[in-house]
Structure formats: C-alpha cells, structure tokens
Ligand binder design. Structure first.
Ligand code: ADP
Length: 407
C-alpha cells in the first residue's frame, strides 16, 4: 500500500511516499518559498535501493495548490515518477501541529476534524492554517485516498495535570485552554518506541529522557512509555535554547522590554521567536557554525554552547526527579543531537554520579543508532536518528488497519 506523508508549512511542502507496511521510501521531496518569485522544488527518488536520483526545479510556485499539483504530477512523471497513477496513493498522512486537548491520537480527517483544526489555529497561528491548506489541496488531488491527521501535540496528551497546568488564574485554562501542550510529539514517540526495543524493555515499562535537538528543540520525560512532561508549552517558545527561540526566560523580561525599553508586543514576539536562542547569543542560528567558532576560541560562541548545554543538563535533573523510578536511557536525536558530539558531551558532563556516564570514544562515532555510554553507566545513553515521516506513515497505516477491522 502506498502512503503519502505531507508536512505543510507556511511557505513549504515536504512530502515522502512510502510502501507500507515495509516502510520503504519511494521518493521524497520539498517545495520551498511558495508564493515567492523564485520557488525551489527538490525531488529525490530511490528506485530500488538507496541509490538516489535528484531532480531540482527552480521556478515560482504560486500557492500550495499549485505546489501539491506539481508533487502529484512528479509522482507519476515518466522520468522522475514512481507511480502509474495518483490513485495508487491509498492514504495521505498530514502532520498537523496543534491538536489541542481534542486530539490525543491519529485521526481520520472529516469536515468536523477540519473545523476543529481551524478552531485551534489561534494556538498555532503559523502552522495550523498551513496544515489545513495542505489537507484541502490533497483531498482534491488524491481523491481516492483516505486523509489522516497526525498531531504534533498528541503524544504529550498523557502529561498529568500538575505538569500541564500553569499557575495563573484557572479561568485561562478552563475557558481558554491555556496549558502545556508540547510539540515534536511524533519524534518523541518514534524515539520512545525505538529505545524500548533497543534496551529490551516492553514499551509500557520503559523510562526515558528524550532530547530532540533540531532548529526547534525539546525534551520529554517518558514514564512507562508515556510522556509525563515536556519542555515546550502552550507555544513552541519555552524550555531549551533553540536556533532562534529563547527557550525559558523570566516572563517579566517581556514587561521590562515593553515598559522600560519601549518595545512593542509584536517586536518582542519577533525578538523571542526569531532573534534569540543561538542567534541571540552568538549571532548564528546554525549549530555547526557556532561549534566551529567555539573550537577556535570564540568567546561568544563558547558562551552560547555553555548556555545551550546547561539548560539541557538542568532539565535532565528535573526529569530524573519527575520520573520517580530508575531511568533506562537518555536519548539524543535530531540535527544537533545526532551530529554534535560536543553538545552531547557537555550536556551530560558531571552526571556520572547520577549514573549517566558518557564514553568519550563511542561518542565520537558517527551515524546510525548507537549506544554512547560506558559499560559502567547505570543509565544507557543513546543516539537514535529520528524519523518523523516514517512514524506518521506507520500511525496512518495502523489507523487504516483498525478502521478496516471495525467496519
Ligand atoms: P529541523 O528539522 O528542526 O529544521 P534538524 O533536526 O534538521 O532541524 O536540525 C537542524 C540543526 O542541526 C541545525 O542547527 C544544524 O546546524 C544542526 N546540525 C546538523 N549537522 C550538524 C553537525 N554536524 N554538528 C552540529 N550541528 C549540526
């Protein structure tokens, strides 16, 4: 069965076509700069092995509709296509960023579901509207396929109330839904399942701290296979230091910037979302550049790394306590977590007395799933490459099987 996974952003569409249940990738691609003068489409096919054929188009893509039509055309293209007809796609899995408290699992898309995603848009104003466009365009193009939503917040719906409530007047929760939702749920879920299998524990018995370090970054405390806390909140702004987002700050900073320094609310929003994090501290949001500069002695870059990794360490301590049971493993994933030995090393430095003991040599090994803790470490440390698209394809495929069984 062919399953198409779609991740629509405000000006981009990412896609990946799978054969399920094998999980083989037939093709993958990305359209960027939708709506701008010069759009870029990158399409890669994997004919039978991991031999890759890359096709790049540089021309304007007027809107998401045009983009999705181009993707559908490429899927059946004589040269770059992998399907005889778009009707071969039986399932389309959409990544939807915010599912609020309504969606705690993967859900078949109906009119009601779309209305609800729209209703939740104020909680994710940049993402949910774009996700909806992706769904509506896909419905028109892949008419034979069932459309399914996989929510980024769903995995964290198991977080207990003491962890998801903010200590602000209750009406903001009861009337307006202001609470911790958390994000990157698909990645944390994928990592949790992989880690349970790698440490030989049943999923409902595994205790983990999962550390997702991409452009956006978050950690989750996993107890008995379920998320019980996470660092992102109502919005993707709190917690860890990110590429351009601040992570945790004293909320009073916002009032100080406004009242004492005269910044408007919109400027502050921009500063905290786009000008902070690594960019704010070291004037570069890309971890590669920051680590290279730090290695050459650049003080600003060294400080950025210190703040970035101290924040991770602090949350490791918090989550060890929150889990209230022995931890099986600590997992690093995503662009920085998978690739940066120095970030991993600094994040767990000094934690051997807590049973977290990194093997310096194993930590230098590159690529794939790997254990990087010493033999004596009570808690395993692993690097597990995340695969959100595959997790979405699996979720969608499993839902299809369940639906079939019921009907
Ligand atoms: P996202 O999916 O959130 O856009 P990724 O998971 O692809 O992000 O991670 C992007 C981040 O990974 C960037 O900050 C990039 O610098 C970082 N990264 C990629 N490779 C390396 C590397 N070898 N060393 C350090 N950081 C890296």
């Amino acid at each position: 069965m062919k399953v198409l996974v779609i991740n629509t952003g405000s000006s981009s569409i990412k896609y990946q076509l799978f054969t399920m249940p094998a999980g083989d990738v037939l093709c993958t691609g990305l359209i960027e700069r939708i709506g701008e003068k010069a759009g870029v489409l990158t399409h890669k096919i994997y004919p039978c092995s991991n031999k890759e054929v890359k096709h790049i188009e540089e021309k304007a893509v007027r809107n998401h509709s045009v983009g999705m039509e181009r993707i559908a055309a490429l899927l059946i293209d004589a040269k770059f296509g992998v399907l005889a007809s778009a009707n071969e796609v039986e399932l389309v899995g959409h990544r939807v960023v915010h599912g609020g408290e309504t969606f705690s699992s993967t859900t078949e898309i109906t009119k009601r579901v779309k209305d609800k995603i729209k209703e939740l848009s104020p909680l994710a104003p940049l993402h949910n509207p774009a996700n909806l466009i992706g769904i509506e365009v896909a419905e028109q193009i892949f008419t034979k396929a069932k459309q399914v939503a996989v929510f980024d917040t769903a995995f964290h719906q198991s977080i207990p109330e003491e962890a998801y409530r903010y200590a602000i007047p209750s009406k903001f929760y009861t009337e307006n839904g202001v609470r911790v939702y958390g994000f990157h749920g698909t990645s944390h879920r994928y990592i949790t399942k992989r880690a349970a299998s790698l440490v030989n524990k049943p999923l409902d018995k595994v205790n983990l701290i999962t550390i997702h370090l991409g452009n956006g970054a978050s950690m989750a405390a996993i107890k008995n296979g379920k998320s019980i806390d996470t660092t992102l909140g109502l919005t993707p702004l709190p917690g860890l230091v990110m590429g351009t987002r601040s992570g945790d700050i004293d909320p009073g900073v916002i009032f100080y910037l406004n009242e004492a320094l005269g910044y408007e609310l919109n400027d502050i929003k921009n500063i905290l979302n786009k000008e902070s994090g690594l960019k704010g501290l070291a004037n570069d949001n890309d971890m590669r550049g920051v680590t290279e500069r730090a290695a050459k002695g650049d003080k600003e870059a060294q400080l950025a790394l210190a703040v970035y990794t101290y924040r991770i360490k602090k949350y490791i301590g918090a989550y060890l306590a929150a889990i209230e049971a022995p931890l099986d493993a600590l997992i690093f994933t995503a662009g920085v977590g998978e690739n940066s030995a120095i970030i991993r090393a600094k994040s767990v430095a000094g934690l051997a007395h807590l049973g977290i003991d990194l093997d310096i040599e194993l930590n230098k090994v590159r690529g794939g799933e790997r254990k990087i803790s010493t033999k004596n470490s009570a808690i395993d440390i692993w690097v597990i490459p995340t695969n959100e698209e595959l997790e979405i394809a699996r979720q969608v495929y499993e839902l299809k099987s369940i639906t079939r069984y019921v009907s």
